[in-house]
Design a binder for this molecule. Sequence first.
Ligand code: UT7
Length: 325
Amino acid sequence: MTKAVILGTGSCLPEHTLTNAELERLVDTSDEWITSRTGIRNRRIAGKGEQNYQLATKAARRALAVTGIDPEELGLIVVATISPHMIMPSTACFVQAELGAVNAFAYDINAACAGFTYGLDLASAYIQSRPDMKILLIGAETLSARVNWEDRNTCVLFGDGAGAVVVAGSNDGRGVFGSNLRSDGKLWNLLYMDSPQSLNPELQRDEWQGAHIRMNGGDIFKHAVRLMEDAVTSLLRKHDLTVNDVGLMIPHQANIRILNNLRERLGISEEKVFVNLSHYGNTSAASIPIALDEAHRHGRLVRGDVVLLCTFGGGLTWGSLLMRW
Ligand code: UT7
């Protein structure tokens, strides 16, 4: 049976690094608080020439270069993002134009931090019906444009960046073989980013306080640990696997204490969990593809190994995905 395999990975991080020490000068915080509560030491912040679609395009070119696939061979481009270059057109259309991927249709998906994992599941479903399709899947964010730089509860957490993968069909037993994606819209107000205020006076909301990220960190923390644990254990059980069968777990990078809690509950060893959070902070939909690319380049992904993704974000959205690398 044809499955969706990742043929190549690439990433692109902005040049500028914002340190915890620099944040101490912006808001009432400390390197000690940020490091001990989150595990984050640095994050990249986009500058001129580093718009969301530009980071996405560079990541995509790097992923394509690994595969030798020409942009004209792409049938679909999907960008997972909550900080698109514009609301319309999609960031994926900007990437398509930059690459000259004239045969691809292109659109964005919004599933917050779960966007890349949802996107990989989507790519896998396309491959089932069109096994010859070549798909470019990107997670790209410029969250620095969407945080309130006066709110210490959120501005210390997020960063910018993009990661990309090229997906195609394969019949050699490798590829995506399971996923467990979930959402709970009732809990939307634990983590959200409002749109600009309505231009229709009838639709304006009195409670509108700006088009930036807001979060109830404590509640999100508790839900993240419990729901990712559920998503992973039920998916492994469905496929008659245990954590011992997993070669590498690549989780969404939000908080080292969430990851340590999750690791302990799952009983998975530290060396099987890829973590790069201290360098980049939480890059939402970009966090897993950036981590995938680093894991790939550092030789942590071994052909034939079971790779487990797990993620959690606003929506709420969360889930897990299994693939044989
Ligand atoms: O990617 C999507 C998913 N997002 C996440 O997974 C994020 C989940 N949540 C978290 O990572 C954590 O809840 C945070 C890192 C956001 C906060 O950590 P916490 O241990 O839950 O802290 P808290 O919110 O309970 O705040 C503890 C104290 C508060 O002060 P009081 O009320 O105890 O006096 C906060 O005002 O820490 C204060 N605080 C800060 N202090 C220094 C909050 N942010 C900061 C800060 N610097 N940046």
